[in-house]
Design a protein around this ligand. Structure first.
Ligand SMILES: [Zn+2]
Length: 159
């Protein structure tokens, strides 16, 4: 089978989004994350695993038949999997394509890993983290000013 024929096996969607270039094996984690966003409750989602990719060797992809992606989900995605591509599909064609990058600011989507941080004690108090070093993906909590790596920050998501 030629590579082109293999591509045809992936069912196309008419309208929605494709999250592409997900590292192989990580698609399931992403699906789990999506289940935490209620906006996806009634949305058709297809997970493709281990497709061949020129850039990654193997990759996963998700096809989402929704009109919009919630901004909180996009924040999570950018934080967890920088490098993935989000494509908007209209009439079976790619209308827009964005490569996700580690965000400069993470606002109100994560808990602070520092148990003594005031955000863990004051009810209703949101968190904000600023990226202080892109290379190591290190963030600083706006409130306790402690530094955390992306891995430490997203560990609180428990996915
Ligand atoms: Zn903090």
């Amino acid at each position: 089978m030629s590579p082109e024929e293999k591509v045809l096996l992936i069912p196309k969607i008419e309208n929605g989004f494709v999250i592409d270039h997900i590292p192989a094996g990580a698609g399931g984690r992403l699906l789990h994350l999506m289940q935490r966003h209620r906006e996806f409750d009634n949305v058709l989602i297809t997970l493709g695993q281990h497709y061949s990719s020129r850039r990654l060797g193997r990759k996963d992809l998700l096809k989402i038949q929704a009109n919009e992606l919630p901004s909180r989900f996009l924040q999570h995605l950018a934080l967890l999997m920088p490098g993935v591509t989000v494509k908007r599909i209209r009439d079976f064609k790619v209308a827009e394509k964005v490569v996700m990058e580690t965000p400069d600011l993470v606002h109100e989507i994560l808990r602070c890993p520092n148990p003594n941080c005031i955000t863990n004690h004051e009810r209703g108090m949101g968190t904000t983290f600023h990226l202080v070093e892109r290379e190591t993906k290190t963030f600083r909590c706006n409130h306790c000013e402690r530094h955390f790596t992306q891995t430490a920050l997203t560990a609180t998501l428990n996915i």
